[in-house]
Design a protein around this ligand. Structure first.
Ligand SMILES: [Zn+2]
Length: 314
């Protein structure tokens, strides 16, 4: 309700339903009256999205910083706990899909937790545990030279092909702090076709105009690029996040969908049972069409072209 504009009729429908729910539930006998309260909410929760609603592909993710505030050995344990949790959630929900980058993190799991690695491999075969990025780690792209960047892809793709028989076709750098204008050329040379980040929204100075566009590099190579308008690589799929994604999406004229990576990030953890329940309850509701699985790489009809080289500094 609070994510909707004050003048939106839907907001008032929800408010009235909440008032009826409060009247129906007796605080001295919640167990005995909760069902009546839920019944008062059922109608507003079941109402579907409008035909023109923004669509999101809600993709599970656990952005794990390989090197940040903890010892490297803890990074490996974070990966093990996070991936175990993801596999458990996959057993419980057949629609849940998880995107996972960084060959190095998979290599650590294979070395230290071989049984876990085999379970991951089985889910990769099903297309539900999805290796993304094709790089050895989620690297910076400004400080390394071209040779080092090329090796990120050569070593990364070789690992994913060898261990999983999968070649990631996108570059997944949600949290890197700079993007060399040579990236489109490097991406194309590595056989990749798409680029994703959201870091450019962490900007105090100006705002990147588009979210889905063709990024043109210094040699003229163009690559389809998406900045999730949710402005997060660790959404909790709250109504506030989904409403923000819809409100901010800058390419409404060209396309109707965006990607929302959800799950605890930075220190790992990933999606929770509550977030998946939230995806279910928001599906085709509250005008969000959340969790409806779309082709995450759907191109805008006439994408705009941007030339950019971007560095963020603290
Ligand atoms: Zn990070």
């Amino acid at each position: 309700m609070t994510a909707l504009p004050v003048e939106d009729a839907r907001r008032h429908d929800i408010l009235h339903a909440l008032q009826r729910m409060i009247d129906a539930v007796d605080p001295r006998d919640v167990a005995g009256t909760a069902a009546a309260g839920r019944a008062e909410l059922a109608e507003v929760l079941a109402s579907s999205a409008t035909a023109s609603a923004h669509r999101v592909a809600a993709v599970g993710h656990a952005h794990i910083d390989s090197a940040w505030l903890w010892p490297l050995r803890e990074t490996v344990r974070k990966c093990a706990r996070t991936f175990s949790n993801v596999l458990q959630l996959m057993d419980e929900d057949p629609d849940f899909v998880f995107a996972c980058s960084s060959a190095q993190q998979f290599a650590c799991i294979q070395r230290d937790y071989p049984e876990l690695f085999e379970r991951i491999r089985a889910r990769v075969r099903e297309g539900r545990f999805v290796p993304v990025g094709g790089m050895w780690v989620e690297s910076d792209t400004n400080m390394p030279g071209g040779e080092a960047m090329a090796r990120q892809f050569v070593a990364g793709k070789r690992f994913f092909l060898d261990r999983f028989g999968v070649e990631p076709r996108e570059v997944w750098l949600p949290d890197s702090f700079g993007y060399s204008a040579a990236m489109p050329q490097l991406l194309a040379a590595a056989g990749s076709r798409w680029f994703l980040t959201q870091k450019i929204s962490w900007n105090e100075t100006n705002r990147m105009p588009p979210h889905s566009f063709l990024w043109e590099g210094i040699d003229g190579t163009r690559v389809f690029t998406h900045f999730p308008p949710v402005d997060s690589y660790s959404s909790d799929l709250s109504a506030a996040d989904l409403a923000r994604a819809e409100r901010q999406y800058a390419d409404k004229r060209h396309a109707v969908s965006s990607l929302v990576p959800f799950g605890w990030g930075d220190g790992g953890g990933g999606p929770t049972r509550e977030m998946i329940a939230q995806a279910r309850s928001m599906q085709s509701r509250l005008r969000g069409e959340a969790a409806e699985v779309e082709d995450v790489h759907s191109h805008p009809a006439e994408p705009r072209i941007w030339r950019l080289s971007y560095t963020q500094a603290f």
